[in-house]
Design a protein around this ligand. Structure first.
Ligand code: PMP
Ligand code: GLU
Length: 420
């Protein structure tokens, strides 16, 4: 955590003008499956920003974690060719072999050539469905699933849908809000599962190799299933891809499922392709589950994803986009350091999120801050409440640089006024 003191502010409370963070509160008569269901705040905010723009308002959306870049031409062309070539029939439940083989080779190369078996990979409609499949396969009533917090908004929801119990484990402020095995032992001694996201949405923090290894050892000793969400692995501002569970020896991976996907680093959010690499029996169960829900992921999109992961030339596109994210990250950090020196934030080392603290503005909550910011200054951000800590706000810099610069001007002016 980067810190340098606090700021003053007025504590005026604004009412939410939009349906941010509104529970769906299932009407009576709906299944208890939905008893904890809330609309995804990240999706709701981005839709609200789009609605305001369509109504003619000047709103800049730094809410959504969605790259502004077009899909690189090699996977895009592969998708078009697949449609033209008649790859428009049901795919295999677990995903087509071309994609599973490309993903296996790709994950192997990212981790120094370690063996990765394509038979253990299941392809789904976005890594969101991969996460759902894993949780539904492994967890059920009575199970506790530990989730380091702040946490991406969908994890607790997905665990609830499996009728298991999510328990948020707060990360340490002095340690970029990451958790240690001590924190896990203290809060969830009997957990059956752990969902760990690195690089982390919403903080941008990255677990080191040693930290990942310590957590893997902890999990092995306690027979805890680890779901490692590594969808942001390529968006890392250190050297190479971010450290991964796949960098660990096999004996630490017996109860680990690694979730990966093309949405973020390949700018392919709308293609909806994600993967899970799991021990054989788990992979087979997930494929069987999927055979009764979606039958498998969109067939042409799987061929596009196979080109993204399998064609070496796409690496240049990834490198170009990551370099651009890095520049934007530097811009945001520099502006905050120079113009809002009292505001604390997590040092962003990966993904494309900047997570900063707003309670120093006279005790303002993240929800109040975001509500007033969007209403008075036309910038949409996501309140930390969506991630389990409303002292913070998340800014996504996966937006065009011009928009980012204009939004930063507005945020800085807004925050300075609060601090007066
Ligand atoms: N995991 C994390 C941490 C995310 O931020 C997202 C964002 N959508 C996902 C999973 C799901 O991504 P997708 O379904 O587009 O692969
Ligand atoms: N993961 C992105 C985010 O956090 C996209 C929206 C979502 O799926 O939640 O903004």
């Amino acid at each position: 955590m980067v810190r340098s003191g606090g700021r003053k502010g007025n504590g005026c409370v604004a009412r939410l003008p939009v349906a941010i963070l509104s529970p769906m509160s299932p009407a009576s008569g709906f299944s208890p499956n939905l008893q904890h269901l809330e609309t995804s705040a990240t999706i709701a905010i981005s839709q609200e920003a789009k609605r305001r723009k369509a109504a003619g308002e000047d709103v800049i959306d730094l809410g959504a974690g969605e790259p502004d870049f077009p899909t690189p031409s090699i996977p895009a062309d592969a998708g078009v060719r697949a449609i033209r070539g008649g790859k428009t029939h049901y795919p295999a439940n677990e995903g087509i072999l071309e994609l599973r083989a490309a993903a296996a080779k790709h994950l192997s190369l990212l981790s120094g050539g370690r063996p990765v078996n394509a038979d253990n990979i299941v392809v789904s409609n976005g890594s969101k469905q991969s996460l759902f499949n894993v949780c539904f396969t492994l967890f059920g009533p009575g199970d506790v699933v530990a989730i380091p917090a702040p946490a991406w908004v969908s994890y607790p929801q997905i665990v609830h849908l499996a009728r298991a119990r999510p328990v948020l484990v707060s990360g340490e402020p002095e340690w970029s809000l990451k958790v240690s095995v001590r924190d896990l032992d203290r809060v969830v001694p009997g957990a059956r599962g752990l969902i760990l996201c690195s690089p982390c949405n919403p903080t941008g923090a990255v677990y080191t190799h040693a930290e990942i290894k310590a957590i893997a050892q902890w999990a092995r000793e306690r027979k805890v299933w680890v779901i490692a969400d590594e969808i942001y692995r390529r968006i890392h501002y250190g050297t190479g891809p971010a450290p991964s569970f796949l960098d660990l020896p096999d004996d630490l991976l017996e109860r680990v499922v690694v979730v990966y996907g093309v949405s973020k680093a390949y700018a392919m959010t709308g293609w909806r392709i994600g993967t899970a690499l799991a021990p054989g029996p788990v992979a087979r169960a997930m494929a069987a589950l999927q055979s009764h829900t979606t039958t498998g992921a969109n067939h042409p999109a799987q061929l596009a994803a196979a080109a993204a992961l399998g064609d070496e030339r796409v690496e240049q596109d990834v490198a170009r986009m990551v370099a651009e994210f890095r520049k934007r990250r530097d811009l945001v950090v520099a502006r905050f350091r120079q113009e809002l020196p009292g505001v604390e934030f997590v040092d962003p080392l990966g993904a494309f999120y900047f997570f900063f603290r707003v309670d120093s503005f006279g005790g303002l909550s993240g929800t109040e801050f975001c509500t007033r910011l969007v209403t008075t200054s036309g910038v949409a951000l996501v309140p930390g409440a969506a991630f389990g800590d409303d002292r913070y706000v998340r800014l996504s810099y996966a937006a065009a640089t011009d928009d980012l610069l204009r939004a930063l001007d507005r945020i800085v002016a807004f925050a300075k006024k609060l601090g007066d």
